[in-house]
Design a protein around this ligand. Structure first.
Ligand code: PEP
Length: 247
C-alpha cells in the first residue's frame, strides 16, 4: 500500500520569515497520523523553516526549482541549492506555469533537475476550466504526464509524487468531486505505465480548494493518496483536520 502524504503549499505566505517559522512549528506539533506530512514554504524562508523543524517528522519542499544547474538566472534557485534545505520540490504548479511561462518542455527540464539532485518531486498536472468543460480532463493530464517526464532518463523517476490539480478548482472554493479525481488519477497512472514507470508506487495527490469540509470526498476517493493544500494549509487547525482525514 502507498503511504499517504499531505503537503501544505504556502505560496507567497505568510508575510515574514518569523511567521513562517511559527507556522512550521505549529504544523510540526500537530498530532501524528499515519499520513506523512509536508510543507512548502517560500524560498526565502526555507533555511529558517528547515532549521526549526529539523528532527521532526515533517518534510520540507521548495515551491519550484530552475531548469538549469547554475548561471546567469537572476532571482532563480537551483535544485542543488535546495538540496540540504528540503526533501523535495514542487514542479509544474499551474501558478508557475501561468506566471512564469513554464510550458511542458520547461517543466520536464525542471523535473529532471530535481530528480538528478536527489529531490523528491511533486509534479503538478491539471486541466483548465475550458478543458474541463470540453470533457478533456483525462486526455490533458495524460498528455502532461508524457510531456513532463520526457527529459528523465527512462526508469529514473526518483520518489516521484504527482499532484492532480484542476486549475479551475485552485483557490476558487469549488473543489472537484472524488469521482473526477479518481478518473484523473487513473489516467495519470495509465500514462505513467506508458513511460515504463511503476505507477502503483507513485502517490497521486488531489489539490484544489481542499478544506476540512471538502477533504472527506478525496480521502475516500479511489487512487488518491493525499492532498496538496494551498489556502487551508495556512491555518494549522484546519490543516490538522485535513491530515486526520487521510489517516
Ligand atoms: C494549490 O495551489 O496547490 C492549491 C491546491 O491551492 P488551494 O488549496 O488554495 O486551492
Amino acid at each position: 500500500m502507498r503511504a499517504r502524504l499531505v503537503v501544505g503549499n504556502w505560496k507567497m505566505n505568510p508575510p515574514t520569515i518569523e511567521d513562517a517559522v511559527e507556522l512550521a512549528r505549529a504544523v510540526a506539533a500537530l498530532p501524528r497520523s499515519s499520513a506523512k506530512l509536508g510543507i512548502a514554504p517560500p524560498a526565502v524562508a526555507l533555511a529558517a523553516v528547515a532549521d526549526a523543524v529539523r528532527g521532526r517528522d515533517l518534510a520540507v519542499f521548495a515551491q519550484d526549482v530552475h531548469w538549469e544547474e547554475k548561471g546567469a538566472f537572476t532571482g532563480q534557485i537551483s535544485a542543488t541549492m535546495v538540496r540540504g534545505l528540503a526533501e523535495g520540490a514542487i514542479v509544474g504548479h499551474s501558478e508557475v506555469r501561468r506566471d512564469q511561462g513554464d510550458d511542458d518542455v520547461r517543466v520536464a527540464r525542471k523535473l529532471a533537475r530535481a530528480v538528478a539532485a536527489g529531490l523528491r518531486p511533486i509534479l503538478c498536472v491539471g486541466e483548465s476550466e475550458a478543458e474541463f468543460v470540453a470533457g478533456e480532463s483525462t486526455n490533458v493530464v495524460a498528455r502532461q504526464i508524457s510531456a513532463d517526464l520526457a527529459a528523465l532518463v527512462r526508469g529514473s523517476v526518483g520518489r516521484l509524487v504527482v499532484a492532480y490539480e484542476p486549475i479551475w478548482a485552485i483557490g476558487t472554493g469549488r473543489p472537484a468531486t472524488g469521482a473526477h479525481a479518481t478518473a484523473a488519477a487513473r489516467a495519470i497512472r495509465t500514462a505513467l505505465r506508458g513511460m515504463d514507470v511503476d505507477a502503483d508506487a507513485v502517490p497521486v495527490l488531489y489539490g484544489g480548494s481542499v478544506s476540512a469540509k471538502s477533504v472527506v470526498e478525496f480521502a475516500r476517493a479511489d487512487g488518491i493518496d493525499g492532498a496538496l493544500v494551498g489556502g487551508a494549509s495556512l491555518d494549522p487547525d484546519e490543516f490538522g483536520a485535513i491530515v486526520r482525514a487521510f489517516t
